[in-house]
Design a protein. Structure first.
Length: 457
């Protein structure tokens, strides 16, 4: 089992990794599929199924697919060019992807939101089709966006979504128990083992440059969110709050009478800044998803700006440790809200952030595993019920609380020796089972919970 740090932390756009980035990735893969065919296609069609249909408009899934079929990518997204291209396609009714020429595609006729039963493989399903000049379908591929921007075809999913096809890695742990044993046998930290795994597939200089870029994008996202103003798109009339809170906190900074619990406001504000940027469609990093993108950056910023002795030189170890934990959760359970509720998104992010913080504060592998378990355990059962399908309510505040839990979990673990009652593997399996038992209306469909119990206008 190997999930790269660069798979866990993808640079992309908001508001959703599974509903925005994933569908854009699927569209790009479909264009590659068409380029490999011995015949030419004249037009395109697309349909969204399951959660992608129910919350697709709120998550901008339709826009992501249309832009993906036009050749746009999430990792180098140009918002101005995208808006211009969307407007042109709506009027002219065709796309011009590189190497394929002009293909008929009129969104109002060729794009379908299918609100029937979901496709059998996953709650996030989509079908992309290529047509001949008469409009008959001559090729089609079913894709599943399985969380965190990961995309699998129907065939790939049936063959096993985590099949290995790369060079062997020196520490192929598939569970926390294996991770701890390998750490004990090797004398290496979790971050050191993860670094050696990554280095087996990527030059170390490229690894370090990539880790620096991940944190640079995360940090820039916080900074933009802390100065952003106005109302978030989507019609809920949710106003950005991070700037005002940050200004108030900055004005209070250094005052002798400030209550100790105010540090929680700093942590929450960093997380909210990221998720307000995400809700506005800005550039974010999946950590492990867009809906949970604020938890880990907020925890790192808290450590760097508020913990004595912290230095940016430790950020790579934070990211490597966090991605090791995220890989275990993805491999053994899920990081998809549409598959297992928000426990799989904010819960996973909190566990990853707790592990990373524990690591950079000197925690042993046992304490790191304990920190991740504490954070995940206390998100078990959390539903994904976004109002109107938008990644705003309750998602933005929820990231703040997830970051606070991560800091608390790391602190508790560091107060112990690493021994504890509930193993991380058990918490991950419990999360998987809970997700399987959870009603679909609580799994990113906007059909239950807060999504139906507060006014939508």
């Amino acid at each position: 089992m190997f999930v790269s740090v660069f798979d866990m932390f993808k640079i992309g756009i908001g508001p959703s990794s599974s509903h925005t980035i994933g569908p854009m990735v699927a569209a790009a893969r479909f264009l590659d599929h068409l380029r490999a065919q011995p015949f030419a296609v004249a037009g395109l069609r697309a349909s969204l199924h399951g959660s992608l249909a129910f919350t697709g408009v709120g998550h901008a899934t339709d826009r992501a697919v249309i832009l993906g079929l036009s050749g746009f990518r999430a990792d180098n997204y140009d918002a101005a060019l995208a808006e211009a291209e969307l407007a042109r396609i709506k009027v002219e009714g065709y796309v011009i992807p590189e190497g394929l020429g002009r293909l008929t595609f009129q969104p109002r006729d060729d794009f379908e939101f299918d609100y029937g039963p979901p496709l059998p493989g996953h709650a996030n399903g989509m079908i992309l089709k290529g047509c001949d000049a008469q409009g008959d379908v001559i090729t089609q591929v079913t894709y599943y966006s399985v969380g965190g921007g990961f995309v699998l075809t129907e065939e790939e999913l049936s063959q096993g979504s985590d099949a290995e096809d790369g060079p062997l890695v020196p520490f192929p742990f598939q569970s926390a128990v294996q991770m701890l044993k390998m750490a004990a046998d090797s004398g290496l930290s979790v971050a050191q083992m993860k670094r050696r795994n990554e280095s087996a597939r990527k030059p170390e200089a490229e690894l370090d440059a990539g880790l620096f870029r991940i944190w640079s994008v995360m940090s820039s996202c916080i900074d933009r969110g802390l100065v952003g103003e106005g109302e978030l798109p989507g019609g809920l009339q949710v106003r950005r709050r991070a700037k005002a809170i940050h200004q108030a906190l900055s004005a209070e900074h250094g005052m002798n009478l400030t209550a100790p619990h105010v540090i929680n406001d700093w942590i929450s504000t960093y997380a909210m800044a990221v998720n307000e940027e995400n809700a506005a469609g800005g550039q974010v990093v999946t950590a492990p998803t867009n809906g949970a993108a604020g938890v880990l950056p907020a925890t790192i910023r808290y450590w760097l700006d508020h913990v004595p002795g912290a230095t940016s030189a430790g950020v790579p170890d934070f990211l490597l440790t966090a991605s090791a934990i995220g890989g275990l959760i993805k491999f053994n359970a899920s990081i998809s809200g549409a598959e297992a509720g928000c426990q799989a998104e904010v819960g996973s992010a909190s566990a990853m952030a707790a592990a990373g913080l524990c690591a950079v504060m000197g925690g042993t592998p046992e304490q790191i595993e304990n920190a991740a378990e504490i954070a995940l355990e206390h998100h078990l059962g959390m539903t994904c019920d976004p109002v109107r399908g938008l990644v705003q309510v309750p998602c933005i505040e929820r990231n703040g609380l997830g970051a606070i839990k991560a800091v608390s979990a790391a602190s508790l673990a560091l107060r112990g020796d690493g021994s504890h009652f509930v193993p991380l593997d058990s918490a991950i399996e419990t999360m998987r089972q809970t997700g399987a038992d959870m009603s679909s209306k609580y799994k990113e469909t906007a059909l239950g919970g807060l999504a139906v119990n507060i006014p939508n206008c």
